[in-house]
Design a protein around this ligand. Structure first.
Ligand SMILES: C[S@@+](CC[C@H](N)C(=O)[O-])C[C@H]1O[C@@H](n2cnc3c(N)ncnc32)[C@H](O)[C@@H]1O
Length: 334
């Protein structure tokens, strides 16, 4: 497989629930001078859809992966200054907007996880199906690699990562086997890890549970990239960046992410008045309106077109008024 090109960007990653995202964001993006933050630019599929559908909108596209930014930048070059690429982690949204002189935006889109390109780029170590160095960093210019995690965390910490982020039943066994193996030589390749995991999972479970290393790889990817911690910080910051009438859409691909999204949106969509007050003071009324009932999933047609949509959970909300002062203060103190 050669160096990826901009043409690959559009062919390798089909944006998930694109039309639904456009329908949800649309009412906010028709405002004059509207700006949307695509916090997970990836191959730029959603952003291209937005730029085509709404003539006036400008998109700030954030990604921590320099390769994704380069490819999406090439793909979106025809839109000129309607598109601004930014290399950042999405919890830096407030700084990014400050630097661009944007006090608020009309839309935020987050399409979480890894892109098909990252999975296809076998040398980056995201895929259990290909032998590669144990890397898994979305931003290969900084931070711990999967090999660092596997070779330096103590057994308990490793088991916790696999249990919490991978929901792996055999986390303890796998952590013990990793520690035993690395006493002989540090782990360096994904194939070594796959072999270790396979040997730790009983044959009966192996037959039913999909690829035995799937959960371990998910857990390591989340740990290496600090995915849940970044998301937990990013969600309130993204909501805070929305102007009144602005809308946020988030697509998650596993239950830990979706739980954080559900909780962050619920904070704004629920009255902050103490439950025993007979009348809700106006200052405590919700400042978000949920636009989805629970989490939306892909229908059969989308699934047939785009297998990536299999596990998607989409949630969306609209800002109905500014965040009340008492909640802003509480957030700053937290
Ligand atoms: C599922 S892909 C997005 C695909 C995109 N919507 C499209 O249609 O092409 C997710 C992207 O988000 C990026 N990403 C994941 N976590 C991030 C974070 N914390 N900060 C910035 N970018 C992140 C990944 O590098 C990846 O390129």
């Amino acid at each position: 497989m050669g160096e990826p090109t901009a043409a690959d960007a559009s062919s390798r990653h089909t944006p998930v629930l694109l039309q639904r995202c456009l329908d949800l964001l649309g009412p906010a993006l028709t405002a004059p001078g509207a700006v949307m933050v695509d916090a997970t630019l990836g191959m730029g599929g959603h952003t291209e859809g937005v730029l085509r559908a709404f003539d006036e909108v400008r998109v700030v596209g954030i990604d921590r992966d320099p390769q994704a930014l380069a490819l999406a930048g090439e793909r979106l070059a025809p839109f000129g200054d309607r598109f601004t690429p930014v290399h950042a982690v999405y919890d830096e949204i407030p700084d990014v907007l400050d630097r661009l002189g944007l006090p608020s935006v009309q839309g935020v889109l987050m399409d979480l996880g890894v892109s098909s390109l990252q999975l296809d780029e076998t040398e980056r170590g995201f895929a259990y199906a290909h032998d590669a160095p144990l890397d898994m960093r979305m931003d290969p210019t900084r931070g711990l690699t999967a090999a660092d995690v596997l070779n330096t965390y103590d057994e308990r910490a490793l088991a916790r990562v696999l249990h919490v982020y991978g929901e792996e039943r055999f986390a303890g066994r796998i952590a013990e086997a990793v520690v035993r193996r690395r006493a002989q030589a540090p782990l360096t390749r994904t194939a070594e890890l796959v072999d270790i995991v396979r040997a730790c999972i009983p044959a009966a479970t192996r037959k039913t549970g999909g690829h035995p290393a799937k959960r371990t790889f998910q857990a390591l990817r989340i740990e290496v990239n600090g995915e849940l911690a970044a998301l937990e910080r990013a969600l309130p910051a993204a909501i805070e960046s929305l102007a009144v009438g602005g809308r946020i859409v988030v697509e998650s691909y596993q239950s830990l992410e979706d739980r954080l999204v559900k909780r962050a949106l619920a904070v704004g969509a629920t009255s902050s008045a103490p439950p025993d007050l007979p009348v809700e003071p106006a200052t405590h009324a919700p400042y978000l309106r949920l636009l989805t009932r629970g989490a939306e999933e892909a229908d059969a047609e989308e699934l047939a077109r785009n297998p990536r949509s299999q596990s998607v959970r989409l949630r969306a909300a609209e800002r109905t008024r500014p965040t009340p002062d008492h909640l802003r203060t509480a957030r700053r103190a937290a």
